[in-house]
Design a protein around this ligand. Structure first.
Ligand code: ASP
Length: 585
């Protein structure tokens, strides 16, 4: 090793030591006869001084140093002279008096400064990701990601889990997205799918008697990249045999406690609260409620049923709902603000937004005439409205009411700064519906995936009232973000076939797509269940960044492009020919 120390590790105690350092020139300053550089490596910065009195030749060489040159420097560590100590730098009490310098690599002027955290466009950052990753903030993230992964591995290893790799070139595992396909050269006309998750393999590992499996697994989903998704992402994927839901929940809670503590020093309170899907939808309008603040949805249907306001009455007659939220202190909202909120609501399909302002002198609302004073006060009371608050109502079909008010709740909480920042509210959302009805395709689809078991007592409803069947499925939500989900699986072949049938997957199709699973279930499958946590999202939360792109070393853009390598890119005619593919563009 050329290097004796990392730049960032030198302290006062090293004074007098001869050291050799290797790293990048972070910054250079000429001060009269002296040349100072900050030398940077993975561990931090150190000031190096080139003094002609120490070595003229070395000093002369240092004149040519530029930012991002890679150098090797030897010299002696010295305490910095009185008054030049830099308290902002861990190495700020010392400097290295250089007596030898080798330039190992010159560098072009970087397209953006590595030094500091100047705002740089993401396209440029991703194209020159190696420069971007030199920044201390991103170095810290990659290291923390590594610590989190090690912490998870350590935790699961200690509990008897076995890490097993499952194939990348495989058959479609439906998780609700489009597959990435890979053509087979040796088998003309057929394709592999990249796994959307290791779901089927992990279940088959349970049939194989592995008992406890995990994998920090790469998954691929070809979706139009909404907000913060990546075409490939990482899951902490696990599966256990002979367990029920509580076993998985408590194990995951312990794991989260460990990883939050080890990676970020954050204390997670356990057990995490549980809430059924139905309750989450009713109280928060979403299946991933942010429980760090209140402003819950109030059902005012029973209170407005008899009143003369047509919009409310009609929604109720048509089987819909009338619900509202109370925005604290917003009674002063201007016409424009109310119009903006109405537009916001319309964006989620609501026809409009009704409002009431609660004031000391009474209730101010354009719909006053439809309510008797005692009816209006009953509504205010039911919603916990106080003088100075603004009540907002949506009357519509239940899903629209939920979505609109759920979004409005988050929007207003942000605006009103109701969300405490440094808080970690975990929540298990349980008892999801097993099925959803897809209006466009006129068929039922699995809400989680087709391998999720129904609650035992609901199985008889599978044919008669499919939407009433609850699943043994659960999500773990943190501060309003779903960070993982899983379920107890179907482990009986007859039930799995029945589920496929319910999903409109006939026996032929089931055999073609999932024959191997159905067959495996015939050879002694243990009851089993598991979960997968989104590792990228988890790390983003642990380091406190918004985007998962910041915690992935080489992420893709919103258009699923890698600006560094330019993937995806054209291939030659010969390559296509070998793959038996003709283009149709
Ligand atoms: N395979 C599921 C998913 O990717 C997780 C699970 O059910 O374990 O969401």
């Amino acid at each position: 090793m050329r290097r004796t120390h990392y730049c960032g590790e030198l302290r006062r105690g090293h004074a007098g030591a001869r050291v050799t350092l290797c790293g990048w020139v972070h910054r250079r300053r000429d001060h009269g006869g002296l040349i100072f550089i900050d030398l940077r490596d993975r561990e931090g910065l150190i000031q190096v001084v080139f003094n002609p009195a120490v070595d003229t030749q070395t000093h002369a060489l240092a004149h040519d140093l530029r930012s991002e040159y890679v150098i090797e420097v030897s010299g002696t560590v010295a305490a910095r002279p009185e008054g030049t100590v830099n308290p902002n730098l861990p190495t700020g009490e010392v400097e290295v008096a250089a007596s030898a310098l080798t330039v190992l690599s010159e560098a072009e002027t970087p397209p953006f400064e590595v030094e500091g955290e100047a705002e740089v466009g993401e396209a440029l950052r991703l194209k020159y990701r190696y420069l971007d990753l030199r920044r201390p903030s991103l170095q810290r993230i990659l290291r923390l990601r590594h610590v989190a992964a090690q912490s998870i591995r350590g935790f699961l290893n200690a509990r008897g889990f076995i890490e097993v790799e499952t194939p990348m070139l495989t058959k479609s595992t439906p998780e609700g997205a489009r597959d990435y396909l890979v053509p087979s050269r040796v088998n003309p006309g057929v394709f592999y799918a990249l796994p959307q998750s290791p779901q089927l393999f992990k279940q088959i590992l349970m049939v194989a008697g592995i008992d406890r499996y995990y994998q920090i697994a790469r998954c691929f989903r070809d979706e139009d990249l909404r907000a913060d998704r990546q075409p490939e992402f990482t899951q902490i994927d696990l599966e256990m045999s002979f367990v029920d839901r509580e076993d998985i929940w408590s194990l995951m809670e312990e794991m989260l406690v460990a990883v939050f503590r080890e990676a970020s020093g954050i204390t997670v309170a356990t057990p995490c609260p549980r809430m059924s899907y139905a309750e989450a939808m009713a109280r928060f309008g979403t299946d991933k409620p942010d429980t760090r603040f209140g402003m819950e949805l109030a059902d005012v249907g029973p209170l407005v049923r008899g009143a003369g306001f047509k919009v409310f009455a009609q929604a109720l007659e048509q089987g819909g709902e009338v619900k509202g939220i109370c925005a604290p202190g917003m009674a002063g909202a201007s016409r424009k603000e109310l119009d903006d909120l109405t537009e916001f609501a319309k964006g989620f399909g609501a026809k409009g937004l009704a409002w009431m302002k609660v004031a000391a002198e009474g209730i101010d609302t354009p719909i006053t005439k439809f309510f008797k004073p005692e009816e209006a006060s009953a509504i205010v009371h039911a919603m916990g409205g106080k003088s100075g608050d603004l009540l907002l109502f949506v009357a519509d079909k239940s899903p629209i009411v939920a979505e609109t008010l759920g979004r409005l709740r988050l929007h207003l909480a942000g605006k009103l700064r109701l969300i405490p920042e440094v808080r970690y509210d975990f929540l298990w959302v349980t008892d999801f519906p097993l099925l959803e009805y897809d209006e466009a395709e006129k068929r039922y689809t699995a809400m989680h995936h087709p391998f999720t078991a129904a609650m035992d007592e609901d199985i008889p409803l599978l044919e008669s009232s499919p939407l009433k069947v609850r699943a043994k499925a659960y999500d773990i939500v943190l501060n309003g973000t779903e960070i993982g989900g899983g379920s107890i699986r179907i482990h009986r072949q007859d039930l799995q076939e029945r589920m496929f049938e319910r999903l409109g997957i006939g026996p032929e199709e089931a055999k073609a797509k999932f024959g191997f699973l159905l067959e495996a279930l015939q050879y002694g499958a243990p009851p089993h269940g598991g979960i997968a946590l989104g590792f990228d999202r988890l790390v983003a939360i642990l380091v406190g960044v918004e985007s998962i792109r910041d915690v992935i070393a080489f992420p893709k853009t919103q258009k699923a492009v890698c600006p560094l390598t330019d993937a995806p890119s054209p291939v030659t005619r010969d390559q296509l020919k070998e793959l038996h593919i003709k283009m149709d563009l």
